[in-house]
Design a protein around this ligand. Structure first.
Ligand SMILES: [Zn+2]
Length: 396
């Protein structure tokens, strides 16, 4: 299952690197989605048509411009989801209308993309992380309405394991004409997951719309959230030096949010996949989670990062039940000599063999990173007591 890829997730190991770190996942791909000008025009035409009809029927409320930020967080992990976090932010709106390779995000940086087809990325991409396909198959993350409004289009029934931005069928999606007059696009949902509400039905902020998937022009399971005004012009809900429009999020989302999304232990190196389909068969990542080990076992430690930058040092320690350090090490992305100094997502593992006389009890792996401390506990016990991981429910 370990295949190198330049498209979505790069998979290669660096066992001889400074800190013994092995790179197992890297984000984001060069582009997460795409729409041709014709596809965009076709969507606009349907939306306008539906809005006219709904207005005639009195089902679209008059526009009430939002006086202040009105967008709630559109993702909701299912209860009991164990890692610290569940998504990465790949790309923002491209404010530079030129293409290709003329990029400007709301902070005047280049965390966005465009294509030679004339597509300038029109939304914000939130991808499932660190196990995009497994999390999609587990229905791990729901998409909920960011603001109240009326559904003006819903699309379901499309294949949802796409892993390229070209050559796919349509996406599954919900479009909401918000009460503030803006139209919100929620794209790439999982097949069969789209809300049963119909065109013309109202949604409140927080109402279920679907499950994050990879339908249509999409490289991996993610939500493309896009806002447009009545004229069909893209509205970027993030305010910054290169976007004068007001910030519309009620939850502040920093431009960079350096964090550890998952810190877990495993019986073997977590296996990542290049795509949600291999040789025509659905596949997903195999994390090999395990939280119980016996003396003599090898413990695999996995850490997934968001917004990981060269120079941000993590201090790791592997602690015995009495709190003393069995091992400790520092990790700096810069030591890995990757192509770029910054990635929206990285995944690394380290392995340690427990000695035959490893003390029984609750061990801890601890990571101190970006002013936060992350901990994961695991048990060391006699082999007879060893069970399977209870970290999360197993993959289907
Ligand atoms: Zn996108």
């Amino acid at each position: 299952m370990l295949m190198p890829s330049v498209l979505s997730i790069l998979l290669f190991a660096a066992p001889d690197s400074d800190a013994g770190a092995r790179l197992v996942a890297l984000m984001p791909p060069p582009a997460l989605d795409a729409l041709s000008p014709e596809q965009h025009a076709a969507i606009e035409s349907v939306l306008r048509d539906h809005m006219r009809t709904l207005m005639r029927k009195g089902k679209l409320a008059p526009v009430a411009p939002a006086g202040s930020a009105n967008l709630q967080w559109p993702l909701q992990p299912v209860l009991g989801f164990a890692p610290f976090d569940y998504y990465g932010t790949a790309y923002f709106v491209d404010h530079d209308p030129r293409f290709p390779s003329s990029l400007q995000d709301y902070m005047c940086g280049e965390r966005t993309y465009d294509l030679d087809t004339g597509y300038n990325h029109g939304g914000t991409d939130y991808y499932l992380w660190p196990y995009p396909w497994l999390m999609m198959d587990d229905d791990a993350v729901r998409i909920v309405a960011a603001a109240p409004g009326v559904i003006i289009e819903r699309i379901d029934g499309n294949f949802d394991r796409d892993c390229a931005i070209q050559g796919n069928g349509g996406f599954n999606a919900v479009f909401v004409r918000q009460d503030d007059g803006l139209v919100a696009w929620y794209l790439h949902m999982k097949n069969g997951s789209v809300t049963t509400l119909r065109v013309g039905d109202r949604v409140a902020a927080g109402d279920y719309l679907g499950i994050v998937g990879s339908s249509g022009p999409s490289s991996l399971p993610h939500l493309h959230f896009q806002l447009e005004d009545a004229s069909g012009a893209v509205v970027d809900p993030r305010a910054g030096a290169c976007n004068e429009a007001p910030d519309r999020w009620t939850v502040f989302q920093p431009y960079e949010s350096a964090r550890i999304d998952a810190l877990t232990t495993h019986s073997a190196e977590p296996e990542f996949v290049d795509c949600g389909v291999a040789d025509g068969v659905p596949v997903h990542e195999d994390p090999h989670f395990r939280d119980r080990f016996a003396p003599g076992d090898t413990v695999w430690i996995f850490a997934a990062y968001s917004d990981h930058r060269n120079g941000d040092v993590t201090h790791f320690s592997l602690l015995r039940p009495d709190g003393t350090a069995f091992a400790s090490w520092d990790f700096d992305l810069a030591s890995q000599n990757l192509e770029r100094p910054f990635y929206s997502g990285t995944g690394w593992d380290w392995s340690y063999a427990l000695p035959a006389d490893a003390p029984h009890g609750t061990w801890k792996v601890r990571a101190e990173f970006a002013d936060s401390t992350y901990e994961h506990e695991f048990e060391v016990a006699a082999p007879a007591l060893r069970g399977h991981s209870t970290h999360r429910r197993p993959a289907r």
